[in-house]
Design a protein around this ligand. Structure first.
Ligand code: F3S
Length: 397
């Protein structure tokens, strides 16, 4: 891969250890994918934030980079806990102290302590056509598909490396030719609620693996929450990182293969999910907010909770970003939710929280991404339910 004189000097260590290590990662990645050169990025979004995923080895590695400073606007993925209200979540003190240390290191590197999987709702908003290096898979799908920015699905280390030198290798979804849709997904049923869009996204990921950019036609809703749900679920069942759609103003590719999604496909996805037979009475925690809830989603949940109370034997945890939390607080939604017994957390992802260590065993969620990662990372059984049923399971009138 071609390097400019400045980039060569970074690689030689003339700008410090952290930037040198970052450049080594980017050069290795660029060589692996036959990238011609590095390109400047306008922002980074870095995963590998929770103590659950980093562990002590990851923490030690981060400490070695302490002489570095990021070159571009950089934010973080969620951590394993609300950084202020972790005691309410029941997070063990030892876990919390390691988690706080991780955030402090990132802050020393110049990264903003905005821990969210919806950075585009929190001030990290790339413009169309801009090159970025993001690592949260749902945010990557949103950035490529909805915001029309350009990013590969970075790992935590490669996004951090890109942030430290303000560059990323030119390959994959940074190139025009790999961003063209090559299969049409025809939606032949009315999808009403956001959780149903999660089912569509999950199915697309399951049937279309590989170097594919699906074009989705026939969607009814054209709001942020539904496209956010499609990208998140699609990225959890596959490595797909971009889709196009008629509701996003994209052109239908022609000619190309067409596959259909109808009510029988929808039913089949739900009925064949592992854990579909879990007894609702076994649920001890309900988690909503994967990806982090938008203002409209919080408004909707506050409405659903009207004249209901969270049961004493079930927790109702909601997750959002600090920016959206602030707006929701101003609108009175947080107070409404909390007066019903719901708990709203920031900075955190329940899949990355130590749920089984706290004592939870069965989680219900309306997001297929959370359903997937809750089972694999948080060590709990997971049950996928419509949003309204999630509220019903966790509350009483
Ligand atoms: Fe966000 Fe965690 Fe879901 S990072 S997208 S809440 S799995």
């Amino acid at each position: 891969m071609y390097l400019s004189r400045y980039e060569e000097r970074i690689l030689k260590g003339e700008y410090g250890y952290a930037k040198q290590k970052a450049m080594e990662i980017l050069v290795a990645l660029g060589d692996l994918y036959d990238a011609e050169r590095l390109i400047p990025i306008s922002s980074a979004q870095i995963a590998g934030v929770s103590y659950t995923s980093l562990g002590d080895e990851g923490l030690e590695w981060l400490e070695t980079l302490i002489d570095g400073r990021v070159d571009v606007l950089s934010t973080l993925n969620p951590s394993g806990m609300d950084l202020d209200r972790w005691r309410f979540m029941g997070i063990p003190v030892e876990y919390a102290s390691k988690q706080i240390k991780i955030i402090e290191i990132y802050v020393k590197l110049g990264i903003l302590p905005i821990c969210t999987c919806t950075p585009y709702l929190s001030g990290n908003i790339p413009i169309p056509g801009s090159h970025i290096a993001w690592s949260e898979s749902s945010a990557v799908a949103f950035a490529n598909s909805v915001l029309k920015a350009r990013t590969n699905r970075e790992g935590g280390p490669s996004a951090l490396a890109a942030a430290l030198v303000g560059r990323t290798p030119l390959y994959g979804l940074h190139l025009d030719e790999t961003r063209r849709s090559n299969v049409t997904v025809k939606v032949e049923m009315d999808l009403e609620d956001v959780w149903e869009y999660s089912v569509l996204g999950f199915w697309i990921g399951r049937v279309l693996k590989g170097e594919v950019v699906p074009f989705i036609e026939g969607l009814k809703r054209n709001d942020l929450d539904s496209v956010k749900a499609i990208g998140a679920a699609m990225a959890s069942s596959s490595n797909l990182s971009m889709f196009t759609a008629d509701i996003l103003g994209d052109m239908k590719p022609y000619p190309c293969e067409t596959i259909s999604f109808d009510s029988s496909t929808f039913k089949d996805v739900i009925e064949t999910l592992p854990g579909a037979s879990i007894d609702r009475g076994d649920v001890d925690i309900v988690c909503l907010g994967c990806p982090h809830l938008s203002l409209e989603e919080l408004r909707h949940i506050a409405h659903l909770l009207k004249s209901r109370k969270v049961r004493s034997d079930v927790k109702l945890w909601l997750f959002t970003s600090r920016a959206v939390y602030g707006a929701a607080e101003r609108c009175g939604f947080i107070e409404e939710i909390e007066s019903s017994g719901g708990e709203v957390y920031r900075d955190a992802c329940p899949a990355l929280a130590p749920l089984s260590a706290i004592g939870y065993t069965v989680m219900a969620t309306d997001s297929l991404k959370m359903w997937f990662y809750g089972r694999h990372l948080a060590g709990v059984k997971t049950l996928f339910l419509p949003s309204t049923e999630c509220i019903e399971v966790s509350t009483r009138r």
